[in-house]
Design a protein around this ligand. Structure first.
Ligand code: TRP
Length: 327
């Protein structure tokens, strides 16, 4: 069976773009693949975090993943820092990566330009990400387009290590959703929906109050003209609403466009579809929040499963590298 691995950082509230652009594919992958999902709390440490907030966000994100339909009976769900093999392999891969190749990572450049504190971890971040992936003999990694370069590096590191030390790692493939499947900001539909701090009215959080969600969609920026057409280049606002509606109902945005003559009707339908998508998620989330011990037990089982998969891969790497085995 195909092994799928992906990770998500506990650094901010999950928004609709994360859900429709990425996380819903995690849920559907469960039926077809051997899926492993990880809340990558160690990656969050590359920038300073408030400890209480990090702890709360990590648990909350795990609960949210369960609430959207990650099923612990079908998937391995765990917290990165619960499986110390990640940090151990990360060091090995830091020594496999070249300084120059890490320096070329555009995300590092973006995040370090103008930052007053740049941790060494921010620089070596992609080696830890490669460790996450390579530890599980991963075949396929669903990630956003912004992670394409990191994925390419993971492949290069696997290939280089295998070449130097003999066959050790499976070389993973990226799976990146098509453009158009991207959810854009409701107020500025030419940019990706991202953090709510930057655009509170343009961003929908998965745990937002549902009345507020409907209002934000009804106030979304549309385009001049009045016809409903799916054409992201010339009609970004309307096309975004069509993509969101399509993602919620499983229909093609072009086909949906034919059902509407007026922006107002499209907005109402989109608002309703989003609200009905989020409602059951919020209900399950509330139940899970009321039982943190239940989540902790699920995560403990997940970490144990993950470790049992990671350990032999790490052993293979250690042996091939020539690290002297302990007696
Ligand atoms: N770097 C990814 C992001 O910012 C998160 C991540 C960490 C990840 N490890 C991973 C994604 C392994 C896929 C596989 O979105």
């Amino acid at each position: 069976m195909t092994r799928v691995f992906s990770g998500i950082k506990p650094t901010g509230p999950v928004q609709l773009g994360n859900l429709l652009g990425a996380l819903r594919y995690w849920v559907t992958d469960q039926a077809e693949a051997d899926t492993i999902f990880c809340v990558v709390d160690l990656h969050a440490l590359t920038v300073p975090q408030d400890p209480a907030e990090l702890r709360a966000r990590t648990l909350e994100l795990a609960q949210l993943l369960l609430a959207i339909g990650i099923d612990p009976a079908q998937s391995t769900l765990f917290i990165q820092s619960h499986v110390p093999e990640h940090t151990e392999l990360s060091w090995i891969l830091e020594c496999t990566a070249a300084f120059g190749e890490l320096r070329r990572m555009t995300q590092f450049k973006d995040k370090s330009d103008n930052a007053d504190f740049v941790s060494a971890g921010l620089f070596t971040y992609p080696a830890l990400m490669a460790a996450d992936i390579l530890l599980y003999d991963t075949d396929r990694v669903p990630v956003g387009d912004d992670q394409r370069q990191h994925l390419e590096l993971s492949r290069d590191l696997a290939i280089r290590f295998n070449h130097r030390y003999g066959d050790t790692f499976v070389v993973p493939e990226a799976s990146i959703p098509k453009i158009g499947a991207r959810v854009m900001d409701l107020q500025e539909p030419t940019r990706k929906m991202s953090k709510s701090e930057d655009s509170p009215q343009g961003t929908i959080l998965v745990l937002d109050d549902l009345d507020a969600v409907a209002k934000k969609i009804k106030r979304a920026v549309t385009d001049t003209e009045t016809d409903v057409r799916f054409d992201p280049a010339t009609k970004p606002g309307v096309s975004n609403l069509l993509s969101i509606l399509g993602a919620c109902t499983g229909d093609d945005p072009h086909a949906i466009a034919e059902r509407f003559d007026r922006y107002g009707d499209l907005k109402s339908a989109c608002a309703e579809a989003v609200v009905e998508t989020l409602r059951p998620i919020q209900q399950r989330f509330a139940e899970l929040s009321a039982d943190p011990a239940g989540t902790a037990a699920i995560l403990a089982t997940g970490a144990e499963k993950a470790r049992s998969l990671a350990r032999p891969v790490l052993e293979r790497a250690r042996a091939n590298l020539g690290l002297l085995p302990p007696a």
